[in-house]
Write a protein that binds this ligand. Structure first.
Ligand SMILES: [Zn+2]
Length: 412
């Protein structure tokens, strides 16, 4: 394969493997109540569970039409506990959660729409929120405001405002969450609205408009994470990306992922200009290789094959004795340090050995193969130990750690 073909393929593969998020978010819709739990009852005989399900299905159709990925909790008249709804949602790694309800008030005269969300400024001692939801208050509130405004404007209901609330589904999850009270079933005018197919459709459009106007936080799974700022900076720089708006910060970094990040950070093609097409140039910095070695676990169809070929040309990594290169294997902190230091040498064209390091990590003696790289990067302030005296070179590097490392590198 020519280099050009390889590059075209690489671009193609990266586009598929790392699609950038536009506005196609994954949304969980939850029709309140159901089955043995009818919810509120209407003055006109309507059951809340039926109204909720119909509006939720209309909302699903509206959002699907607009390109969102939508998942419903219950899709028929079955009973789901509140915990089941939240657990189901958590497992989906979605971007936001909207529970649809209709209201009831003892005085029988109150009418209008309101949106409930968990607000950490008004905690309720007996109903503590999940740690994640405490951090999500500004996002849930923002979502609630967008949805309320759009719902009221589309359906012509009275605006009863936002309600900080400790309802279970708004307080226990791990993504921005709201509970929409569309209108009051026990108030005759509102109940008539809720009985009308056209009015329900308007409500669905209104809620959809609110969702469309809301921008969920990037990488919901890294909110509150120690590396969040680094992760965002490296995303904005186009170095890292996630999968479906999740970064998976605490997952082990795979060798293929590491090389992909390094290619973006150091531009392997630029580094390889010192290598002739036949790959024979060697110098103090470079020892180029031909990139035609094949590995039995690296088929040409593998998404990161092109980046492995380029890494091979730069003589960055060698395969294992059994003929594998193990692209899916987690990379260790020692390996990352070694390769990162090698890449900084290539990019600055300043090769050679660093002076004998001052040993500060008990688990990184001077004669360890990765010691020079580890201490060189530490001296430059690019890499840190786990503690002052421990580096854990054999420990897997996480995706959060590589984001922090890259962030420190680019801050220099
Ligand atoms: Zn309800």
């Amino acid at each position: 394969m020519t280099l050009l073909k390889r590059l075209i393929l690489l671009t193609f593969i990266l586009t598929i493997a790392f699609p950038y998020q536009a506005f196609a978010y994954k949304i969980v819709l939850d029709a309140g109540h159901g089955g043995s739990d009818p919810g509120a009852s209407g003055v006109n005989g309507l059951k809340e569970k039926d109204v909720n399900l119909d509006i939720t299905q209309k909302l699903r159709d509206e959002l699907t039409k607009r390109g969102y990925e939508v998942v419903l909790t219950r899709t028929d008249d079955t009973y789901w506990s509140l915990a089941e709804r939240v657990n189901f949602t958590d497992a989906l790694k979605a971007d936001l959660f909207v529970s649809v309800h209709a209201n009831s008030h003892p005085n029988g005269t109150t009418r209008g729409s309101m949106v409930l969300y968990y607000d950490n400024d008004y905690p309720q001692e007996d109903y503590p929120a999940s740690d994640k939801m405490k951090q999500l208050t500004p996002y849930s509130k923002d979502l609630a405001q967008h949805v309320l405004d759009s719902l009221v404007s589309a359906a012509g209901t009275k605006n009863l405002g936002l309600v900080p609330s400790a309802v279970y589904v708004a307080r226990m999850g791990s993504i921005p969450s709201i509970l929409v009270e569309t209108a009051f079933l026990n108030q005759p005018d509102d109940a008539a609205l809720l009985a009308s197919d056209a009015a329900r459709a308007k409500m669905a459009v209104g809620i959809a408009n609110g969702i469309a106007g809301y921008a969920p936080p990037v990488f919901t799974d890294s909110l509150g994470h120690w590396a969040r700022e680094s992760i965002l900076r490296m995303k904005n720089k186009g170095i890292i990306d996630g999968i479906n708006n999740q970064y998976q910060p605490d997952r082990a970094l795979k060798r293929a992922e590491f090389l992909t990040l390094m290619d973006r950070a150091f531009s392997f093609d630029k580094l390889a200009t010192a290598c002739t097409p036949s790959g024979t140039v060697t110098s103090a910095v470079y020892s180029c290789q031909t990139a035609d070695q094949t590995y039995k676990d690296l088929p040409a169809s593998y998404w990161a094959s092109p980046v492995f070929a380029k890494a091979q040309q730069l003589n960055l990594l060698q395969g294992y004795a059994d003929g594998t290169i193990r692209p899916e294997q987690p990379i260790t902190r020692g390996e990352v340090a070694y390769l990162f230091e090698r890449l900084t040498q290539l990019s600055t064209k300043s090769g050679g050995q660093s002076p004998t390091p001052k040993v500060t990590f008990d688990d990184v003696p001077a004669d360890l193969w990765s010691a020079k790289a580890i201490y060189a990067l530490k001296q430059k302030g690019i890499i840190n130990g786990i503690t002052d005296t421990s580096f854990k070179p054999e420990q897997t590097m996480t995706r959060a750690e590589i984001a922090a490392l890259l962030d420190r590198y680019f801050a220099k």
